[in-house]
Ligand binder design. Structure first.
Ligand SMILES: [Zn+2]
Length: 469
């Protein structure tokens, strides 16, 4: 080979290597399993490493080998602690990843608790199905040693990549990423928050001149109607339950939703807007996660921050009872109504809420209040849709209790807010990738972005690879 050929070959190799590639390994045309790979100059980083949470068939894919070699990954950037963004991290470690994991400090602390809790559930599931669990608690411990904290507005450099964190306003510590490499800027939204969240700061618009953007779209087809009146609606439901002498059950997600509810219940009790009554948080995980909130009060919004700086505790007020042990949980039924019981899981697919639903759903003076998303087929969805009898813990249970839904507690941005978040970037964006929603929602939201903002938008599929030019 001549000298010129050799030079040409090296230039070509450099050009090929310096092309930035984006690959979708989860979260593409699905809500869960977020997992994206960026490659530039031969270096690879991952954004999120979530668990698939859906039907049995889909969840089996959690056991599949990753679509890349975990040993080749330099770093993983985690947008937030929800398990559909972190749940396969211990498996990534188990399969050979030894790079660095980066996130905000609250995300790191929440993730540890949530991953250990999931380990317990996954292990019991594996025993039932007679197969190897996805990972062991030792994998979580070893993986946590690779985890470093970065704050909002700070940047990390990994090879050719510069990653800056911005608040995404979804849960405490949740972040969007601005990633720069090869003279291009790509934004990863993570999950984007609702307006005026009860406890945390709202997201700030990203105004960086971005070339590409991945945007979540879980609620890309919906509008939250009662955001401004959610506290008043909660107050009404409580008053009506007290009047009826009943029990108010609130199935709730353990991270952010329970703490947001407690924050508002604290306000209602402290300001005398509802009479004192027993309010149970019946979830050991929620109690542990609430403790993490207390370590990271600087992430609270101004209103919550003002209260904590005046020595007001947001998560303890007259009537609040935390039930950690099984025995404490069982004793709740001995307490006469009226009372409020908040417990996981958020869609009644497991957890202690089932025992309360079995006990109290048959009685018409009781109320079940839904404050979160109920996926198709879940027990929560069936109750919400008005089924008259449901099967709980092996028994047919009549649903005579009142069923109420407040949609304004969602931690996700709705269609209007998603468009609002994209708006400041429309001048420079070459393409938007719509992710983290059901396939039809992704497609429809991508068309909406094209129609309303005149930016090219696509809904990628799992396994797709794009060159970012
Ligand atoms: Zn989330």
């Amino acid at each position: 080979m001549g000298r010129q050929d050799d030079c040409e070959r090296r230039v070509k190799k450099y050009i090929i290597q310096s092309v930035m590639k984006l690959k979708f390994f989860g979260g593409a045309k699905m809500v869960t399993g977020a997992n994206y790979l960026l490659e530039s100059s031969g270096e690879k980083i991952i954004i999120d490493c979530g668990l698939y949470q859906c039907s049995n068939y889909c969840e089996r894919h959690n056991f599949d080998p990753f679509g890349y070699d975990p040993k080749e990954i330099k770093a993983v950037f985690i947008t937030h602690a929800h398990i559909d963004h972190t749940g396969r991290l211990p498996k990534l470690y188990k399969d050979g990843f030894r790079g660095t994991i980066y996130s905000t400090p609250p995300t790191k602390d929440f993730a540890r608790e949530l991953l250990l809790d999931s380990e317990d559930i996954l292990r019991r599931e594996a025993e039932r199905e007679k197969r190897e669990p996805l990972y062991a608690s030792e994998d979580v411990d070893s993986m946590m040693k690779l985890w470093e904290s970065v704050d909002y507005k700070e940047s990390v450099r990994v090879g050719p990549f510069k990653v800056t964190l911005e608040n995404s306003g979804h849960i405490l510590g949740s972040a969007s990423f601005i990633i720069e490499a090869e003279d291009k800027t790509i934004i990863f939204s993570g999950d984007l928050g609702n307006s005026n969240p009860p406890l945390i700061k709202e997201w700030e618009s990203i105004t960086a001149p971005a070339d590409y953007c991945l945007i979540e779209s879980a609620y890309g087809d919906r509008v939250h109607e009662d955001v401004d009146k959610r506290k008043e609606l909660l107050e009404d439901v409580i008053e009506e339950t007290i009047k009826a002498g009943g029990v108010l059950m609130i199935p709730s997600f353990t991270l952010e939703r329970i703490q947001g509810l407690l924050y508002q219940l604290n306000e209602l009790v402290e300001n005398g807007r509802i009479p004192k009554l027993p309010i149970y948080v019946d979830s050991p995980l929620a109690i542990k996660l609430t403790a993490v909130y207390k370590w990271h009060e600087s992430y609270f919004n101004n209103e919550a921050w003002r209260l904590v700086s005046n020595d007001k505790s947001l998560f303890s007020f007259p009537g609040l009872k935390l039930s950690f042990s099984k025995e404490e949980s069982m004793n709740i039924k001995k307490v006469p109504p009226p009372k409020i019981i908040i417990a996981g899981s958020g869609m009644s697919q497991g957890g202690r809420i089932l025992f309360h639903e079995k006990e109290y759903l048959p009685d018409p003076q009781n109320t079940i209040l839904f404050v979160g998303y109920q996926s198709a087929g879940s027990l929560g969805r069936r109750i919400l849709d008005g089924e008259k009898t449901v099967r709980i813990l092996g028994e047919e249970i009549p649903v005579n209790a009142r069923v109420v839904h407040i949609s304004g507690y969602s931690a996700h941005a709705d269609q209007k807010r998603l468009l609002k978040w994209l708006e400041p970037m429309r001048g420079t964006l070459k393409k938007v990738f719509v992710v983290q929603s059901d396939p039809d929602v992704s497609e429809r939201f991508a068309s909406l972005v094209q129609d309303k903002l005149a930016i090219e938008a696509v809904a990628p599929s799992e396994g797709d690879e794009v060159v970012l030019e």
